[in-house]
Design a protein around this ligand. Sequence first.
Ligand code: SF4
Length: 509
Amino acid sequence: MLAEKKSPFRQSLVTPAQFTITLELVPSRGGHSREHDRTLDLAEKLARDPRIQAVSITENAGGHSALSPEILGREIQQMGLDVIVHFSSKDKNRNQMESLLFAWDRLGIRDLLVITGDYPQEGYQGFAKPVFDLGSVHVLDLISRMNRGNYGLGRDGISPTSFLMGVALSPFKRLEPELLMQYAKLHRKAAHGADYIITQVGYDARKFHELIQYVRQNGFNLPVLGNVFVPNLTVAALMHTGKIPGCIITDALYAEIRREADSPDKGKQARLLRGAKLLAILKGLGYAGAHLGGPGLTYDNIDFLLTTADSLAGNWQELVKEMGYWHRDGFYLYTKDAATGLNTTEPAPRDEKRAGLQINYRMARLVHNLAFTKEAPLYPACRKACLALEGGWLHSSLTHLEHVTKFLLFGCQNCGDCTLGDLAFACPQSGCAKYLLNGPCGGSRDGWCEVYPGKKRCLYVLIYERLAACGLPESMRKGFVPPRNWALNNTSSWLNFFLGLDHAGENQK
Ligand code: SF4
């Protein structure tokens, strides 16, 4: 897909000699704010600077509503600067997504960053409904089909689109299960049409090296842009305390930023210099580019970052030891290379005993494998019994029996399209705040769910532990769980399975 693209941003991504620079802009609240005018002023300067290939525009960042990104995007496009628009699944269902994509295609907004999105925050008269009808892997699949002009289900013949799809990836996960699940999800994203990667926010050279090495080792032909975010003290504090999901400022880095804030410029120059050093390291590591960001960055600040990074690039290896802001107990995927301060190609030891025996999971898997696959020994008898009850006076009793049993065991929400067998018997409808079916969002922190920190563990940490305990830690890399079919809501998933109505039944056809 990338090779066909012609815009400066797309061209730059496929030109190995070019180090692509993008800058993140956040639309303001309200369509006529001073902030909006300031953003346009900055964009005008960026449009005249050949070192900048595109700006990316967030969509309701942090879960707060703001001006629709395509509005700002169109104004900036008219200045001659390429625009990447963030496309998240938090506020819209699949039909609204398609409709919006048709509109953006018509407007010429075709470079996207496909993300799950932050959990919605307070809006008009209370908190907004978290939609998350699709996860990011589903959205990639949907747009890939739109790009092919081939939707399936008798909906072919719609003119093909030509969207470019970036995805986010975080190597900044403290625990082994969180990190491994991020990388596992990358496999699914790549298989469903991802064109390039932008990393999450963090300041650790070895972590950035880990990510690029993983991408190369696994043969992903995806350009990677490293995130160089320059926070102010307020934003650094929010990131340090986990108030901005997925963005990591460790204790040591935060302490340093606080010390720097005592200087007359409140530490701004020191933070910019750190950003420039990270930029130089990313170049040295062979990243395809960098994604700049930070509150209140001026054009002069951006010029400083780029110019200083260029002057430091020749000695980037010397900077590695300064850029080691990772948790003392944080997990790395590879062992440390003492000579460079980066990673060897040897995987780091995994904690195989962490998850215990997982007896409940093993039992559930055993029962599932006895009846709920086409090859299972009890499949014919169970199918016959369930079909005999279909439509009869015991039909609703079967539905209730299934729901009560599975509610007690798994917290079942009676979706009628059961994914327990796909996700190590962890129910995403009750266990994941974003109902994700193909891997975690980027928001977990120290193993806790982004939405319930300190109260509820991320569902995908649990899934990883169960799979790892059974020797299947890499199994989440493969496969695709289709989106929930709402036509089956509040029906018996057992019957739906044996009738071939649910996703598992469909897959067996
Ligand atoms: S359970 Fe995990 S994947 Fe789901 S919303 Fe919470 S952090 Fe994200």
